[in-house]
Design a protein around this ligand. Sequence first.
Ligand SMILES: [Zn+2]
Length: 175
Amino acid sequence: MKVKEEEISEVDELLAELIERVAGEIGLVIYSMGLEEEFTDEQIANELGVEINEVRKALFALYEIGLASYRRVKDDDTGWIEYFWKLNYDKEKEVLLRELTKTKRNLEEKLKEEDQSVYYLCKNGCVKVSYEEAMEYNFMCPKCGGMLEYLDNTKAVEAIKKELEHLEKLIKLIS
Ligand SMILES: [Zn+2]
């Protein structure tokens, strides 16, 4: 399969966005270091010149979504527990796919909602009500007495459909 370059960079961008969202800027910096070997949070904190707690927080966030793993080693002399971390670059696809699928499901829900509901909006913007409610009010705003007008959601539906199409393309691209 031939893949357009711009699509690849979009996948990279999505991954970066996801990492920054869950693990912050430090998480993204750490992940971008391309560390193939095991490391400790202390090493990274020294190298980046940031607090060790910040590094640990970011690494645990990466761990939560599956992009990092660790093993704990207890120092018998001091009783301290040291974490040895590893970044799971091989899980990128899996993680991204899971996130995109989640987003897709949410969008499908939203589409269903938009498709099933008919809303009426006060022309002065006071209220947004269902068709049944609008009937009860005789199509007059209960607040200002203005006309309740049918809210055309065609555009919203179209936008969601377009976004879904795009998501499906990305999911196919990554799978
Ligand atoms: Zn009104």
